[in-house]
Design a protein around this ligand. Structure first.
Ligand SMILES: Cc1ncc(COP(=O)(O)O)c(C=O)c1O
Length: 351
């Protein structure tokens, strides 16, 4: 009965308890106390015996203001994970494959496997960039939907804008996953999503302070968003999520913007410091994390855990041998990471 699931490789996350957690690309800063007190007061007033607003009207209004779109352009999800799964479930006929580059965020593969759709994985080049010949090869297999995370996870770089638009120009429903766009200086795809029938943008609040409430957004032309919204579970956004999201978006944006600025500064500082070690390759990043390649990824990962620091080990994945992904933490956490890292690589003679 569950044949497909027997072969399914589920999404894995790092759970080793560590004092410093730099493994999930979260915003490391807590919301300020004054904002949490406002949230607490509002939570107390929730009628928990009632279903929440199925259309999340107030929350959508705030989110639309934040993204500078109209509420009618938005479909909300329990995290963008849910929206990825929804799109893979509803887009095109199942005989046509789902296309995405590798390495990338694993949920595209996991969701395609859950519903049993064929996949086309486009290998990125040695700089983790898209290549036109690989895209052309994939397009020959007639995919109905393509996912491009840009900036890409776990590589940190932005993908070639022209090649993403080229894919869309061939009629494929093109989903641009902008989970990390707030940390990037590059142009986003909102304009395209609002004007073209086959370009959709995904956003999330998970990387900017609210991973715990699970809130993702799909942005598309009104007519497209309306169609997709029909397939959404009616009460997928819980009452607490609606209340918290609305408060933070209406009163806490300045705080979030402060976090983003610090994270970008800390990222650039840390990348510069790590780049001075000859045996360590640091990849450029437009995100709130970066990727490093070291002589022995498993060993460094283990030694960092011994020092109470958890980063994501990517060593087991194709094209990511000996790579670790490091999320940007608070300044003091980044300093602790750098101290531990330097000590370990000196001991191992990797400088
Ligand atoms: C590229 C990308 N898309 C989507 C997600 C999932 O975000 P959410 O927490 O909104 O489900 C992640 C999480 O790491 C991600 O890296």
């Amino acid at each position: 009965m569950f044949e497909r699931l027997k072969k399914l490789k589920p999404y894995k996350t790092e759970t080793t308890p560590c004092k410093i957690k730099l493994s999930s690309n979260e915003d490391p800063f807590e919301l300020p106390l004054w904002l949490r007190e406002k949230i607490a007061t509002a939570i107390k007033k929730i009628p928990f015996q009632r279903y929440p607003d199925p259309t999340s009207t107030k929350l959508k209004k705030q989110l639309a203001k934040f993204y500078k779109v109209n509420p009618e352009n938005i479909v909300l999800g329990n995290g963008s994970d849910e929206l990825i799964h929804l799109l893979i479930t509803i887009a095109g006929d199942y005989s046509r494959p789902v296309m995405y580059p590798i390495p990338t965020f694993p949920m595209y593969q996991v969701s395609a496997d859950i519903v049993g759709r064929a996949k086309i994985e486009i290998p990125l080049d040695h700089n983790f960039q898209l290549k036109k010949d690989q895209i052309d090869k994939a397009l020959d297999k007639n995919p109905s939907i393509a996912f491009f995370a840009t900036p890409n996870n776990p590589t940190g770089n932005s993908l070639d804008r022209e090649l993403i638009l080229y894919t869309a120009s061939k009629g494929v429903l093109t989903v641009v996953d902008e989970a990390y766009i707030h940390f990037s200086q590059r142009e986003d795809f909102l304009n395209e999503a609002l004007t073209k029938d086959n370009i959709i943008v995904l956003r999330t609040l998970s990387k900017i302070g609210l991973a715990g409430i699970r809130l993702g957004a799909l942005i598309a032309k009104k007519e497209i968003a309306q169609e997709i919204d029909k397939a959404r579970a009616p009460f997928n956004i819980t009452y607490p999520t609606q209340v918290i999201g609305e408060i933070v978006l209406s009163q806490g944006i300045k705080e979030i913007e402060k976090h983003i600025k610090i994270i970008i500064l800390e990222r650039d500082k840390l990348i510069k410091k790590l780049s001075s070690f000859k045996k360590i390759k640091v990849y450029p990043s437009d995100a709130n994390f970066f990727l490093i390649k070291v002589p022995n990824g498993n060993l460094l990962h283990k030694k960092l855990i011994e020092k109470g620091i958890l980063v994501r080990n990517m060593s087991h994945l194709p094209n990511l041998e000996n790579c670790l992904r490091v999320s940007i933490g608070k300044p003091e956490e980044n300093s602790a990471f750098f101290r531990a890292f330097k000590q370990i690589i000196q001991e191992l003679d990797w400088t």
